[in-house]
Ligand binder design. Structure first.
Ligand code: ADP
Ligand code: MG
Length: 398
């Protein structure tokens, strides 16, 4: 089905065609007609499947510009807030609707001016939004559409109290939309008091990793992790690579080392100033930096076009975070590779990832790399032998 079969107005269809979207993604096809009808929705679909346009397009379509906050979109991180605002600016470029964004970590001046001028749609992170409300700069009394994006992440980050407060400040008579990559139990509890008779749309299984990504585990001894990373970087033809570390300290360390090897590197984690975070992301998106080293703050929802490789320097503790990390590549049906370095201490977490995504990930040895002995290889070897002999045994029995 083409976009103009969904009931969207011409000015929006034109804008999205200019963006090169030819047909709606599954989550868009299911949710757009319902949202246009004013239904409450709870939608889950894997990361990178176009949820922003799924809620953004029909909402833009329904609002009549009036310079009061008619639509509030809550986002868990500053980067996501920026990204969603930019997308809405693109979608609405042939309309008079005004879109604004507020988030913490930057000065109040410009945001306050924008709010005083008036916006129709406000994208916000919870903390800074509450600031403006308590200062009396804005109110949520005219909100007709309330959108909670990346709800699972919002709950993970402990935003439930703030978000609940904000929901209660919106009029009861409103449309409410929940969008999320997964639907953990906590969302279901919230659904009951926040949404009215919602339609639940679930696209795909909850846990699946993007199908356009190839995965590989690289077993390695702890002391050789860094050298293996460098080898991987040297040998792989990547256009842009995102490296995830578990800690901020490791992120800084790797960035500095890569810089010394003349890679163009940016770093993204929560101890960096907002200015630095924005510059890192912008530079990485524009191609100024070929490598971005980040902690999990960058893992959820960020849409970075053309990430060809994700390298997990550390195995994430949460299997779910793995899905989000590698979701930064292979977006919008492009291909991507995800490499994960696995030390002995991390084997358990690596296995729980395989269990979570329901897929075995190949253990890979980098040809010609001068591996130190690691007990991990014995374990893998034994496992392979056991498997081979049980296959034999099976055959003999038959
Ligand atoms: P999600 O929120 O589901 O993780 P996003 O909304 O960030 O995904 O969208 C992922 C990428 O897909 C974005 O670059 C977006 O511009 C692109 N995209 C969205 N809808 C379409 C479509 N119908 N056709 C092509 N690309 C699309
Ligand atoms: Mg999203």
């Amino acid at each position: 089905m083409p976009f103009n079969g969904l009931g969207l107005s011409e000015s929006i269809v034109k804008a999205i065609q200019e963006l090169g979207f030819t047909k709606p993604t599954p989550v868009q096809e299911k949710t757009i007609p319902l949202i246009l009808k004013g239904k409450d929705i709870i939608a889950s679909a894997q990361t990178g499947t176009g949820k922003t346009a799924a809620f953004g397009l029909p909402t833009l379509d329904r609002l009549k510009p009036g310079k009061r906050i008619q639509c509030l979109i809550l986002e868990p991180t500053r980067e996501l807030a920026q990204q969603v605002e930019e997308a809405l600016q693109d979608y609405s470029k042939h309309m008079d609707t005004r879109v604004g964004v507020v988030y913490g970590g930057v000065k109040y001046g410009r945001q306050r001016q924008m709010l005083e001028k008036g916006v129709d749609i406000l994208v916000a992170t919870p903390g800074r939004l509450i600031d403006y409300i308590s200062q009396g700069v804005i109110s949520l009394k005219k909100v007709e559409v309330l959108i909670l994006d990346e709800v699972d992440r919002m709950l993970d980050m402990g935003f439930l109290p703030d978000v609940s407060r904000l929901i209660k400040m919106c009029p009861e008579n409103r449309q409410t939309l929940f969008f999320s990559a997964t639907l953990p139990a906590a969302i279901q509890t919230m659904m009951k008091w926040v949404l009215k008779d919602p339609e639940v749309i679930e696209i795909g299984r909850n846990h699946v990793a993007a199908t356009t990504v190839t995965h590989a585990f690289y077993p390695v001894a702890e002391q050789q992790k860094y050298n293996l990373l460098i080898e991987l970087l040297t040998r792989t033809h990547f256009e842009s690579v995102l490296i995830f570390t578990r800690t901020k300290v490791n992120a800084d360390l790797i960035s500095r080392r890569l810089e010394r090897l003349n890679h163009s590197v940016a770093t993204l984690h929560s101890d960096r100033s907002q200015g630095e975070r924005t510059a890192a992301l912008k530079g990485f998106k524009s191609g100024k930096f070929e490598v971005l080293v980040a902690t999990d703050i960058a893992a959820r929802g960020l849409d970075i076009a053309g990430v060809t490789h994700v390298i997990n320097y550390d195995v994430p503790l949460n299997a779910e975070d793995y899905v989000h990390r590698i979701g930064r590549t292979g977006r919008a049906e492009k291909e991507g590779d995800a490499f994960t370095l696995v030390t002995e201490a991390e084997v358990k977490n690596a296995k729980s990832i395989e269990h979570y995504i329901g897929q075995k990930i190949d253990r890979t040895k980098l040809e010609g790399f001068d591996y130190m002995y690691s007990a991990l290889f014995d374990a893998e070897e034994k496992q392979a032998q056991r498997k081979a002999s049980s296959r034999m045994y099976g055959r003999l029995r038959r």
